[in-house]
Every structure is written in structure tokens, then in C-alpha cells.
Design a protein around this ligand. Structure first.
Ligand code: 5CA
Length: 182
């Protein structure tokens, strides 16, 4: 039992951890293993804001806009390196859970996660995840729900939802004059 599983059983939250030998290290790996939408995977991303760690829970379909996180955190943020992420949460990247951290870390949550009935988050290891409703996720992580994504990510305009969506560049990477602009 890892420290997160110990936290879960002590919490009495009744959450079941599922292990996937094929690995759930990245959001794409986790979505493939679980057989859910990428957007249902919760990325627990560790940042440093004014020297203090903060965690952002992002839908797997979205990229985090660091300026937005900085605005809600009250000071500019930068990505924590692997050691800082581990020091703050007690877990290694690829398995950082959304709550049950080693220290009191403020948590911010991507509003888009509320659009799913159930989501899946890392359970302390790169091969384990658990299913939870976004409302319960918000409660247990004591998260502030806010808009954190790079605008233009994940939501396909009507009529474009399927055709060619795999080729769509994410907004920050969209090139002027790409084949997509008509
Ligand atoms: N288990 C999966 C799905 S729940 C998971 O933990 N995904 S994750 O997105 O929350 O964690 C991987 C993230 O860690 C990457 O998106 C990236 O933002 C971050 N990361 C990966 N490598 C590094 C690194 N060397 N230093 C800092 N951050 C990193």
C-alpha cells in the first residue's frame, strides 16, 4: 500500500484504486488503460508560485495557461521540477494524486472537469488510478474551481467534433496560414 492508498483508507472515502500493469504515467496512457475520454483524466500538475507549491488539476484534454494560474494564485507561477514536485506532494511525477499530499498545498481545479460525471486521477503511482465524481474531487482536494485552460483547447466547434480533430493543433501551437485556416 502506498502513502496515497494509506491516506484513502484512513479517510474512509470508499475510493477504490485500480492498477493497470500497462501503465498510467501520462494522461494518454491512463485514458487508454481505463478506456475513457482523455478529458476525463485528471492531470495533477505541480507549480511554484512565489516560492510556494500549488497544484492545478487539469482535464487531460486541456493545457494549462500559466498566466491564468498565476492570476488565481496571486503571483506568477513556474512549473515545479521533479524534486520540488515530490517534496511538496510526497509523490513522483506520473503518479501525483490530486489530494493526500505531504504538505498543505493550495489546489486549483479546471472548470471543464465538472462537465464529466466521473473522472480518473493518479493514485500515487504511475500504474494506478481511481475513479471519482468531480464534485467529490473538489471536496476532497478543497480545490478552487476556475478557468485554467489555454482557450481554444479541447472544445471542438459544432460540426468539427470528429472530422479531422486529431490533426487540430492546440491553440498555442496553431500556425498562421496552416491548412486549417480557410
Ligand atoms: N498518471 C498520469 C495521469 S493521472 C499523470 O500523472 N499525468 S500528469 O499529467 O498529472 O503528470 C505528468 C505531468 O508531469 C506532465 O504533464 C508534465 O506536466 C509533468 N512533468 C513531466 N515530466 C516532468 C519533469 N521532468 N519536470 C517537471 N514536470 C514534469
Amino acid at each position: 500500500m502506498n502513502r496515497f492508498e494509506a491516506w484513502l483508507s484512513a479517510s474512509g472515502a470508499g475510493i477504490m484504486v485500480k492498477e493497470f500493469p500497462e501503465g498510467t504515467r501520462t494522461a494518454a496512457d491512463a485514458a487508454r488503460a481505463v478506456g475513457c475520454e482523455l478529458g476525463q483524466i485528471v492531470k495533477s500538475l505541480v507549480f511554484v508560485a512565489g516560492g510556494k507549491p500549488v497544484v492545478a488539476l487539469m482535464s487531460g484534454a486541456n493545457r494549462l495557461d500559466e498566466r491564468r494560474l498565476g492570476r488565481v494564485a496571486g503571483t506568477p507561477v513556474e512549473k515545479a521540477d521533479a524534486e520540488a514536485a515530490r517534496a511538496a506532494t510526497g509523490f513522483s511525477i506520473g503518479g501525483v494524486p490530486p489530494f493526500g499530499h505531504a504538505s498543505e498545498v493550495p489546489v486549483f481545479m479546471d472548470r471543464d472537469l465538472l462537465g464529466y460525471e466521473e473522472v480518473w486521477a493518479a493514485a500515487g503511482r504511475p500504474d494506478s488510478v481511481f475513479e471519482i465524481s468531480p464534485g467529490r474531487l473538489r471536496e476532497l482536494s478543497n480545490a478552487t474551481v476556475t478557468d485554467l485552460k489555454v482557450e481554444g483547447d479541447s472544445v471542438s466547434p459544432p460540426g468539427r467534433a470528429l472530422a479531422g480533430s486529431a490533426d487540430l493543433p492546440t491553440s498555442g501551437e496553431a500556425k498562421r496560414g496552416s491548412h486549417l485556416s480557410r
